[in-house]
Write a protein that binds this ligand. Structure first.
Ligand code: GAL
Length: 361
């Protein structure tokens, strides 16, 4: 039996219904064995971020319920380590590789080996570039993540009605991650008109992706950059009113810097991933918002893709034009991200079962 989890989990059903369906799926699907005897290798980037631990756990559980034998590896954000982990998986004759790449351009060699063995390759959350040997892409609408972040800043500062000028600083993710530019472009498209109009100003003048990127998505790197910005461009009582941050770990680094520099009222700070620590910050009024991406849905989508391919069927995709990896347009299934702040976190991330209420206490 192949329950198509994606159809059950997405659409217009509410968060609570998603949770109910998700748990129903878990028991209904349990061990039907359609993947019996097949092997899947899962390569995740790092355990330093909570989301990848959830992704790995969800994928492992879902594949095992389908009867697959699973190898799950994390590579400490080291591209070479990830390549060698994938080489080992290829050597183990896996049938499928599910990869969240650390460096989107470092995998061509190992994926060529995989293709020689007819291994199906799914780019998970992050697109793999410069190779013909990636079959499908499962992710979220990455541009929309940025749109939600930019829109939150515009609405929080009421830029439609206020003249400002408000001080804004920009942060982006790792340049080795293909998602980085989509997140930033989505946000910048919303923010730039207000910068052009003079309602938003960027005292650091740093607006190029290369200037605002954060190596390894590392919060400590972002904290240091924010420290530098504050000491170089915010002397004499000038305050930051908004910070575009692409990811919760970076947001917490930025907030640490602001607090360390004496801010008692914090600016608008965006985020992504609905990590427990950041949802706590949202409840405490330190971080303004996050973008929730249900990693349970992403895992379910990925498993559906794999089951279809290995059954000799075409997996369902909903985007066959956006994600050109430099060699081909990779057919993708993109899920919807959701903007979360203090007003809807309970419904969206707690009632859906994504975060336990007691973890937020
Ligand atoms: C991105 C991912 C984000 C965030 C970030 C840092 O690729 O899409 O959700 O997790 O990596 O881990």
């Amino acid at each position: 039996m192949n329950v198509n989890r994606r159809h059950l989990l997405t659409g217009t059903i509410g968060a609570a219904a998603v949770a109910m369906v998700a748990s129903a799926c878990a028991s209904e699907d349990g061990g039907d064995g359609s993947g019996s005897g097949k092997k899947v290798g899962i390569a995740m980037p790092t355990k330093t971020s909570e989301r990848w631990i959830l992704d790995g756990d969800n994928l492992k559980k879902s594949f095992e319920e389908e009867g697959y034998e699973v190898t799950l590896q994390y590579a400490n954000d080291e591209p070479d380590e990830q390549v060698s982990q994938i080489e080992t998986m290829v050597g183990q004759n896996v049938d499928v590789l599910v990869i969240a790449a650390i460096d989107n351009k470092s995998l061509s060699g190992v994926l060529a080996q995989a293709k020689e063995q007819d291994i199906t390759v799914i780019a998970y959350d992050r697109l793999i570039l410069d190779t013909p040997d990636v079959d499908y892409y499962a992710s979220f609408d990455n541009t929309k993540v940025g749109t939600l972040q930019g829109t939150y800043i515009v609405e929080a500062l009421d830029l439609a009605n206020q003249a400002g000028p408000f001080n804004l600083e920009l942060f982006a993710g790792a340049l080795t991650d293909n998602n980085t530019k989509y997140f930033f472009q989505g946000a910048w498209e919303v923010l730039q008109p207000y910068v052009d109009e003079g309602k938003l100003v960027i005292p650091s003048g740093q607006t190029e992706l290369e200037q605002i990127a954060t190596e390894n998505w590392d919060g400590a790197v972002a904290q240091e950059r924010m420290d530098n910005i504050l000491s170089n461009f915010y002397q004499g009582g000038n305050q930051v009113q908004a910070v575009l941050s692409p990811y919760d770990g970076i947001s917490r680094g930025i907030i640490a810097s602001l607090e360390g520099n004496g801010y008692t009222t914090l600016p608008v700070v965006t985020g992504q991933d609905a990590e427990v620590e950041s949802v706590k910050y949202i409840i405490d009024g330190k971080q303004s918002m996050t973008v929730y991406k249900d990693t349970r849905e992403l895992a379910a989508t990925t498993v559906d893709m794999v089951v279809a391919v290995l059954d000799g069927n075409e997996p369902e995709v909903n985007d066959d034009s956006t994600y050109d990896n430099g060699v081909k347009v990779v057919p993708a299934y993109l899920l919807e991200p959701v903007s979360v702040d203090v007003n809807n976190y309970q419904e969206v991330v707690v009632d859906s079962g994504y975060i336990d209420a007691e973890d937020l206490a």
